[in-house]
Design a binder for this molecule. Structure first.
Ligand code: DGJ
Length: 384
């Protein structure tokens, strides 16, 4: 009798285990976006692709983002890749770009690898991954950009190098007068004063970093209709955005770059183009805490850029619905359909950070508007 009971118990445990495994392996097909909620991949696990971006290639969307752990935001794994045909249901493709065990590597395990973006180069047939890199153990001091390349969209991506862009080169929109000024960061240790603003505007930090290259933290890559690609990043101590042209193979910088909104303190740039106008949504700089989004537009990537009011409306608009921008994806096959993508950070449990994807609406004046929705789907774009 005792033996039968034991066998029964073992069977029960096995059944419970297999049911649990099935629950983890099966996720329900989704037909909606549910901003801020857990978002399961095809294995039933919350998608781990933070600060990311997407790329449409050969009929599928690919989502690349930071793999985050439960206790740290530092990179212990690398950049994850997921793929989808409908933008709701995502298949885990795995680690596209891995940190390295070698302690001397720039991308050694424990470094900070943020905001990865992948672009496809039609001329070379290669996929190029750009990311913000901070060297292990140095906080956010290194302020570098890193680049990696792969023949396959899902990777593995091969690390090429990390650096600060455009050493020894002045921005194209700095005047000769500004270039000739002698500005010394030591003379401006008190921040946010009118004197300091003027110095920042005149290129205080551009000059300080001229030889080493410009600081490069939060970033995105934008590929224009003509195939030219641009690296857009928070530079000069996160005070000023810079826009830099990439080489034709997308693997380096050409040396042509501009600075916009000096002293504006913008992070998290996300860019899209509609009817010939370039739009950029950014955040302010408050670490992992949410703040009010900013929006800018320009008739050319080189400007002039002008600022618009916060695109968010409704409850929590002043906190970007508790999120921070990361990317804007055009929906293929639909007119004027763009998805604003953002992260709700959870610094105490980075892996639990959430995603906010919202449709970009356009006001009568053609100005982008973001409105919170608990749930929505792509039909939204047809209903307009
Ligand atoms: C805000 C940035 O947008 C994030 O990518 C990250 O760098 C955090 N700051 C770190 O505090």
């Amino acid at each position: 009798m005792l033996k039968v009971n034991k066998i029964f118990m073992v069977l029960c445990v096995l059944m419970a285990f297999s049911t649990n495994t099935m629950m983890q392996c099966q996720s329900k097909e989704q037909a909606y976006f549910s901003p801020g909620k857990l978002w399961q991949d095809n294995t039933g696990t919350h998608i781990n692709a933070h600060g990311g971006g997407t790329l449409y290639y050969n009929g599928r969307y690919y989502w690349f983002g930071e793999h985050k752990s439960d206790t740290t935001s530092s990179a212990l794994v690398g950049v994850m890749c997921y793929s989808s045909s409908d933008l709701y249901n995502w298949k885990k493709e795995g680690v596209a770009f891995s940190v390295e065990e070698n302690r001397n590597s720039d991308i050694t395990k424990g470094c900070i690898m943020e905001r990865p973006k992948v672009v496809y180069n039609k001329k070379t047939g290669k996929f190029v991954l750009w990311f913000h890199l901070e060297l292990k153990g140095q906080g956010y001091v290194a302020a570098r950009v890193g680049v990696a390349v792969s023949d396959q969209i899902t990777g593995p991506y091969k690390f090429l190098r990390s650096y600060r862009p455009n050493p020894g080169i002045y921005p194209a929109n700095m005047t000769d007068k500004q270039k000739k000024l002698t500005l010394n960061a030591r003379d401006y240790d008190k921040w946010w004063t009118p004197k300091w603003y003027k110095a920042v505007s005149d290129g205080l930090f551009v000059k300080r970093d001229l030889n080493s290259g410009q600081m490069s933290r939060d970033m995105t890559i934008f590929v224009d209709d003509d195939g030219k690609a641009y690296h857009i990043y928070s530079s000069e101590e996160n005070l000023t955005l810079q826009i830099a042209e990439l080489t034709d193979d997308y693997l380096g910088h050409t040396g042509k770059y501009i600075r916009i909104f000096p002293g504006g303190h913008n992070e998290a740039p996300a860019v899209f183009k509609k009817d010939g106008v370039y739009w950029m949504i950014t955040s302010g700089c408050t670490g992992w805490d949410p703040n009010e989004a900013r929006m800018f537009s320009a008739p050319s990537i080189w400007g002039p850029w002008k600022q618009h009011p916060n695109p968010c409306v409704g409850n929590d608009a002043k906190l970007t619905f508790y999120s921070q921008s990361t990317f804007i994806q055009k929906v293929e096959g639909k007119k004027d359909a763009y998805i604003f993508m953002a992260d709700i950070w959870r610094p105490e449990h980075p892996i639990d950070a959430r995603y906010v994807w919202l449709p970009i609406q356009f006001g009568k004046d053609g100005i982008p508007v973001l409105q919170w929705m608990d749930s929505w789907n792509l039909d939204f774009f047809s209903l307009k």
